[in-house]
Design a protein around this ligand. Structure first.
Ligand SMILES: [Cu+2]
Length: 680
């Protein structure tokens, strides 16, 4: 978990963690407070979060056990935002609130007008469970620790000091009708044992012990002991204070040497400008957003081309992430978690530190979220903005004349890192100065661990230390791209490459061609990657053409990908219907934001993309939303222990007939000191 303190104050705002703001040898940072508050997509301020909670409490007459799950900007309609110009009167400010009443065991959704101090919407949502809230996440551990059945099971494993146990409240999944979200609100926590306070506890999983907790009642329902597996014998400490100790796996022999300083110097400052949450950099313009569920959101990404700002993406966001485990043992079979929809990745964001998480000249954005009393919680430096050298942009040497032209490539990096229990996820957007957009997820942190008797080799995982293994699992990330390529009227075309048919048009057998298929409706726009066809998808304007006469477009270029490995007949499979296809296209609907639906916690499934697309709306010349899911396949390696080297997965959006030629021709030459770039 992040260093989040439960520190709400009477003023309704609080700040978590610590941060370094100012200058250091590893760069400089600025941390802007909003100055362009008039823009309709500015995230809620801390004051607005607290006001929204107070208004709802009063206007909806909330009961004493009402808890605030999420408080988020209720974005104005897209048409209103697109019609708004700087200097115009501000659009009405509204907040949307998800509330869970623990007394009535009912979830509510509300919208309050901050402008009119009025209740705009309020409704119960029957039969669903909202995400596990932070206060539940933290209280669950003590509830289990105090339970005599759990204590008895721990004694069977030789544990007497229960204070050393770590109990992580895993979301319950849906294992059958007994998990009916309408009936009870549950968690299935898992236990690990430290040998001393502060130790890396994931080295010693308590295998075979499944606990069921009623989160409403705050009590353990049952403890099921599937049999003792000895705690793995070896430590796995990686923290500086511990790693010199004897007995760690792998053995640590001290820090390497020879690392000389690399200093990033930007003597004239960065090339970007920031106003509130609006960012301009090298022809790119965008807005940075942040919500407690989604974390980092990009709004209104556009590129200034020969004086005209050309829109590309109206809203880009993580739409869900899903981590199913492939180990049938009792402690792992229910591990299929939706880290966004069952917890919320925004308010799990780390406060980032200059010189560690990001180097160079940094601009930080704080993330404003809420606690369960509706107090605003400010995560300092939740989003990092900086620019990087990214190798060469292009180069050619005329071998006859020796003339060399080479330009450096740069990228603007907008990133956030979240901690979900044992795992870390970094979400990185890169905007390049050649028009490319890249999205990359960095996976690091600690694998979820399991135990076997020493000497045994696990079937569904990889041994990382004696008696300790990492179960097979996958991570699926779905990104929602509300596209506006040269305007809101777009279409999506699938582009395959294939050998040309044999015959008189292909007399030598060397010919191959691309085949373009317009995905004209939602039923037809459920597609999968096909590396053998070099498949990609082009999001085209249905109204604008390039100088060459073709529709302007951007191509979604898949990176590494993998389908789910679990059986489609698995009881939990319908929970993540969106993973049935890697690409979905839907008609724009601002209420359809989450790939597994609004409430995946304890859900038996069926919601989200399969439901959104059920109407089979027309997509040819429509306001389209593109959903791309990519999987990180994790067969654990011994090298992933005791903390994982970063692994990356993602995709790109590349201009594909959007420009009339190489958009980076105008990058100025960068001459090395005392010379110039040439051959020989
Ligand atoms: Cu993994």
């Amino acid at each position: 978990m992040t260093a989040v303190s439960d520190s709400s104050t009477s003023t309704g705002t609080s700040t978590i963690g610590t941060s370094t703001i100012g200058t250091s040898t590893n760069g400089t940072s600025t941390n802007g407070t909003a100055t362009s508050i008039g823009h309709p997509l500015e995230p809620l301020t801390a004051e607005e979060v607290a006001t929204a909670g107070a208004l709802l409490r009063e206007l909806a007459e909330l009961g004493p056990k009402a808890r605030f799950v999420f408080i988020t900007l209720h974005e104005p309609p897209k048409a209103d935002v697109l019609g708004w110009t700087p200097g115009a009167p501000p659009l009405p400010r509204e907040a949307e609130l998800m509330v869970y009443d623990k007394g009535a065991r009912t979830t509510y959704e509300g919208v309050v007008s901050l402008t009119d101090r009025d209740l705009v919407g309020w409704r119960p949502v029957p039969g669903v469970q909202p995400p596990i809230m932070f206060e539940e996440f933290m209280s669950c551990e003590e509830i289990v620790r105090a339970d005599p059945r759990w204590q008895a099971a721990m004694r069977k494993r030789g544990v007497e000091d229960f204070s050393l146990a770590m109990i992580d409240p895993w979301a319950a999944s849906w294992t059958g009708p007994e998990d009916d979200p309408a009936a009870r609100r549950i968690s299935r926590p898992l236990t690990w044992m430290r040998s001393a306070p502060g130790e890396h506890g994931y080295a010693r999983p308590v295998e075979g012990l499944v606990v069921l907790v009623d989160l409403d009642a705050g009590e353990v329902i049952e403890v099921t002991d599937h049999g003792v597996v000895p705690l793995p014998p070896k430590a796995g400490n990686y923290e500086a204070a511990w790693q010199f100790d004897e007995g760690n796996v792998p053995a640590f022999e001290g820090y390497r040497d020879g690392l000389k300083p690399i200093e990033i110097s930007q003597p004239e400052g960065p090339s970007f400008t920031v106003d509130g949450h609006a960012v301009s950099w090298q022809k790119w313009e965008l807005r940075v957003g942040f919500t407690p569920r989604e974390g980092l959101v990009l709004h209104q990404v556009g590129y200034r081309d020969r004086g005209t700002l050309r829109p590309l993406i109206y809203r880009a966001s993580l739409a869900e992430m899903y981590v199913p485990y492939g180990d049938p043992k009792p402690t792992h079979r229910f591990k299929n978690v939706f880290d966004q929809g069952e917890y919320g990745v925004g308010w799990l964001a780390n406060p980032l530190t200059l010189g560690c998480d990001c180097v160079g000249h940094i601009h930080y954005f704080d993330g404003v979220v809420n606690d369960q009393d509706a107090a605003a919680v400010t995560i300092p430096n939740a989003v990092c903005l900086h620019e990087e050298d990214a190798g060469i942009a292009w180069k050619h040497t005329d071998f006859r004349s020796g003339a060399v032209e080479v330009r450096r490539r740069r990228r603007l990096v907008i990133s956030t890192i979240v901690t979900v229990g044992n795992y870390e996820y970094g979400y990185f957007w890169y905007l390049y100065n050649d028009g490319t957009i890249e999205y990359e997820v960095k996976l690091t942190g600690v694998i979820s661990t399991a135990a076997v008797p020493v000497g045994e080799v696990p079937t569904h995982g990889t041994l990382v230390a004696p008696g300790l293994y990492g179960p097979n699992h996958q991570h699926f990330f779905c990104v929602r791209l509300d596209m506006t390529v040269d305007g809101p009227v777009n279409r999506v075309v699938e582009v395959d490459s294939r050998p040309s048919p044999a015959g008189p048009d292909n007399p030598h057998g060397n010919a191959w061609e691309t085949v373009q298929t317009t995905l004209t409706s939602e039923a037809l726009a459920q597609r999968d990657t096909d590396a053998n066809r070099a498949r990609y998808w082009r999001i085209e304007s249905a109204t604008e053409t390039s100088a060459l006469g073709a529709p302007t477009g951007y191509a979604l270029m898949p990176g590494a990908n993998v389908p789910p490995m679990y059986s489609p007949d698995a009881v939990f499979a319908p929970r993540a219907g969106f993973t049935g296809h890697q690409l979905w296209v839907t008609a724009h609907d601002p209420a359809q934001r989450f790939a597994a639906g609004d409430y995946p916690n304890q859900s038996p499934g069926g919601d989200g993309l399969p439901a959104y697309a059920a109407g089979d709306r027309d997509l040819d010349g429509a306001d389209v939303v593109v959903w791309y899911t990519f999987g990180a396949h994790h067969v654990v390696r011994p090298e992933d222990w005791p903390v994982m080297p970063v692994s990356t997965v993602g995709f790109m959006l590349k201009p594909s007939g959007f420009f009339d030629g190489n958009p980076a021709l105008d990058l100025p030459p960068s001459e090395p000191a005392g010379g110039h770039c040439h051959s020989g």
